[in-house]
Every structure is written in structure tokens, then in C-alpha cells.
Design a binder for this molecule. Structure first.
Ligand code: SF4
Length: 123
């Protein structure tokens, strides 16, 4: 079961997770052109080896250890992680459209500071 990045990453994009991932499955990296315009970072579900290294590295607790453990408010972002492919404009646009939809539908969460957003997931 792949790990999933959720909405505390929106507006954060810290990238500490990218630095610790042993299989380079988190994108976009800071050196990739998509980074500047990406709303958040994404984990490629087929490449993730479930090592867990990214979870403690994330300063905003944005990463859940499986789709099943991802809170109900974040379920749409499972698909965003799944469709994102760095270097594939269509896939990037699809993922970003899902994220924009999430941001619109969960304005309540977006109003919470990224550092507090994970705590708000459980409410
Ligand atoms: Fe990378 Fe491991 Fe996190 Fe999967 S669980 S995204 S392999 S650091």
C-alpha cells in the first residue's frame, strides 16, 4: 500500500521527504520544472516501497501510510498522487485539477495553517 501526501503539503512543499526517499518516487523535486507551479508534492504509488522514511521527515505531517489510513477529508488526494507523473503535462494537469477541487471543497481546511492542518483532519 503506497504512502499518500495530503493537504498540509499545499503551500508548504518542504521537500524534506524527497531528500530521504530511497527510490526517488516523490515529485516534483525542486530541480524539476514542475516544482514552481505545483500545488503540492505527490508520491508515485507504484514506485513507493512503503519504507516510511518520508513520514518523520515531513514538517507538517502531510503523509499517511496508506490510502486506507488517509482521512475521509483527504480521500480525493489519493487519486491526485496516483495520476501525477512528472514530465507528463496531461497527468500533471489532472492531478492539479484534483487538488484545486479539494481546495475549493475544503476551504475550511485551507483556512487552517499548514502546520495545524493534519490535526484538523481528525475533526
Ligand atoms: Fe519514498 Fe519510502 Fe515515503 Fe514511499 S514510504 S514515498 S518509498 S520515503
Amino acid at each position: 500500500m503506497p504512502f499518500v501526501i495530503t493537504d498540509p503539503c499545499i503551500g508548504t512543499k518542504d521537500s524534506a521527504c524527497v531528500d530521504v526517499c530511497p527510490v526517488d518516487c516523490i515529485h516534483p523535486r525542486k530541480d524539476e520544472p514542475e516544482f514552481a507551479t505545483s500545488s503540492m508534492l505527490y508520491i508515485h504509488p507504484d514506485e513507493c516501497i512503503d519504507c516510511g522514511a518520508c513520514v518523520p521527515a515531513c514538517p507538517v505531517a502531510a503523509i499517511y501510510d496508506s490510502p486506507d489510513s488517509t482521512p475521509a477529508s483527504q480521500k480525493a488526494l489519493i487519486e491526485a498522487n496516483a495520476v501525477y507523473r512528472v514530465g507528463d503535462t496531461s497527468a500533471v494537469e489532472k492531478a492539479e485539477a484534483i487538488v484545486k477541487g479539494h481546495m475549493s471543497s475544503r476551504a475550511d481546511l485551507m483556512a487552517v495553517a499548514p502546520t495545524e492542518r493534519a490535526a484538523a483532519h481528525a475533526r
